[in-house]
Design a protein around this ligand. Sequence first.
Ligand code: F6P
Length: 476
Amino acid sequence: MPKADLVVVANRLPVDRIEDERGEPAWRRSPGGLVTALEQVMKTVDGAWVGWAGKAGLTVEPFEFDGTQLVPVSLDEEELESYYEGFSNGTIWPLYHDVIATPVYKRSWWDSYVRVNRRFAEAAAEAVGEGGVVWVQDYQLQLVPQMLRELRPDVTIGYFHHIPFPAYGLYSQLPWRRQVLEGLLGADVIGFQRVADAGNFQRSIRRVLKFTTKSDSITIPQPDGTSRTAVAKAYPISIDAHSFIELAKDPAIRDRAREIREQLGSPSKVLLGVDRLDYTKGIRHRLKAFGELLVDGKVKVGDVTLVQVASPSRPGVEAYQDLRDEIELTVGRINGDYDTINHTAIRYLHQGFPREEMVALYLAADVMLVTALRDGMNLVAKEYVAVHTDNRGVLMLSEFAGAADELGSALLVNPHDIDGMKDTIMRAIEMPESEQSRRMRSMRRRVLENDVERWGQKFLADVEAFRAARTRRGED
Ligand code: F6P
């Protein structure tokens, strides 16, 4: 396999294994936000992508897909449980999302996380060319930067953290808090979604490692008495806004949006929630607020419908199984009490949909509800804004989602405040078109200016500055 100048390392490969028409295994580009985000970047370089092929026990040789070298890393059943469901999604995920669920600290999970991170680091070290760049993605791989630096000191390393980084008071619970920080500091550039995340990270560095930080930079003492610098700052991720706008213009998708409204019984207002089925997303809080509005008689079935898409996620993790039960019980109760033969209060869909159908749903919705209790960014909020080229529609957005930093013209809510949420839902339902348009216009400007291409360019420009400095030092 030829060596690549840019290697992305992520928990998952950007493709899903499917069966083609003849029942043969084949690969299809995955629909996720990260893949879409990096797709643009990878098209322009000589790149490789290291990641898990998405199925335990599956071992696949490196192959080319759409001009990118894909390097599959295999995980067995036990590693899937201990590294992915365990340490990544049972320890780090809840801890970094402000302990909304209780993190579990298990030494065997940690051991597996170290082992699997080493496997990813070795695969990246193998794939990257002399003096190349490796860009590590997210919380599943926090140890990779340092492991890679030891294996390949010639390489420039970036790391982007897609989820929140918690305040020190919470982070300090982690029994392996020192090792994780040391792992991340192997990178030259460490990117976060929000300025507050970068600040939390820097504070942990000062408290745990006693290193000095100044503005965006961290001074890291080296064993030989010298020091090196790393940058830790915010690079808020975004969407490929233009591809969403193109879909929004497609007559077939616009027809589908009209059809969705009709099939819902032509309510005067359609509210929409689109989330992975995850306890961080505040789906229960949203249902509670909506349910109480029905009880209070403020909204009437037939007049207002809530469509809730909850795409299946991490079904092997107990907290997700419990959440699914709770949500489905709540939806069943509300619908049981309020549905009529021809209208439903909540149209609940525990399914994932292709992007075309998502855009039709966004277009069909008068109000988008993003009520996350904690969220790194929330790209759904940006997608909803991008497709509303007529400047209609209302975004209700949790202040605890990273997107709130940029989308200050949304109706910002605290999802823990159920009365506040109820008032804001009513305000959204009743908002005059002139106000919708003013708010939407300003949000759309932000999303279109700061799209994912810009995000990638900004991050990689900072990485390139480190690479150039390394080259200069090598020439001295
Ligand atoms: O938002 C964090 C993230 O890990 C994304 O990178 C990913 O698309 C999403 O959550 C889904 O997670 P998983 O890979 O565990 O299904």
